[in-house]
Design a protein around this ligand. Sequence first.
Ligand SMILES: C[S@@+](CC[C@H](N)C(=O)[O-])C[C@H]1O[C@@H](n2cnc3c(N)ncnc32)[C@H](O)[C@@H]1O
Length: 273
Amino acid sequence: MPFKQKLAEKTGLPLKALPSSYQKVGDIILIKLFGSTAGQHKKIGEAVLEMLPYIRTVCMIKGIAGEYRRPRAEVIAGDKNTTTTHKEHGCLYRIDVAKIMFSKGNLSERRRLINQIKPNETIIDMFAGIGYFSIGIAKNSKAKEIYAIEKNPTSFKFLKENISLNKIKNIKPMMADCRFATLPEKADRIIMGYFPGTERFLPKAFSLLKKKGIIHYHNVYKQSELWEKPLEQLRKRAEANGFVLTRIITKKKVKSTAPRTYHIVIDAKFKKQ
Ligand SMILES: C[S@@+](CC[C@H](N)C(=O)[O-])C[C@H]1O[C@@H](n2cnc3c(N)ncnc32)[C@H](O)[C@@H]1O
């Protein structure tokens, strides 16, 4: 029986008050509730706890905002501690789900990226968060060095904890605004896992790229802007910074973020002019 139906049976609430899906992070369930009243939230949370016995906490996500992508979250049932350990692609991630987001929609994207890494690469992860990309890459590839830059002190604390938890030696965590970070070497590959407005960070990305290199460019666009606008932005910004775009390896939608609006990623090769 689908999750929503089961929840309706357990709570006696109408389907429109209930979520049709949930996200599991470690032993915490995250749900979005739109059609229910504050009084019904606890009932829904407790029913979820009964249905999923290995779950400790049910947390309602009311939105995600700001450059740190900080969630607005409220525990509606179970233990009030919102820090948990999540497992993905053989890696462990400590995270406080009430303070930092963990995007389920980016799961296959993280796998796809890991599969592209070649031995001995130097990689810069300009928006490392708690290590979503960096940790998976370090654990599952033969990359030489990964510079993981993160601006938010809360995420940075978890990034460092996750590096030790996964016994990783080749990630250099750096707490900084990536636009002003100084690095000891240039990279074969740069990950720009942030949006919106990622194009503002392209000049810095080009300044950190070797003579030939790959940029993984994430951003958000309207359907009507695909793919002319992002490709034009990449070409123009490359030229303005002394590079040429030599090949689009992949361009794809990662997930929908609003009606007819998409989080996209472009993997592109550049060469110094
Ligand atoms: C959306 S998260 C990363 C998500 C990740 N790509 C995934 O797969 O779920 C983006 C991170 O960039 C960080 N950030 C935002 N602006 C930054 C900046 N100027 N320099 C460094 N980090 C920044 C945020 O704090 C956040 O942790």
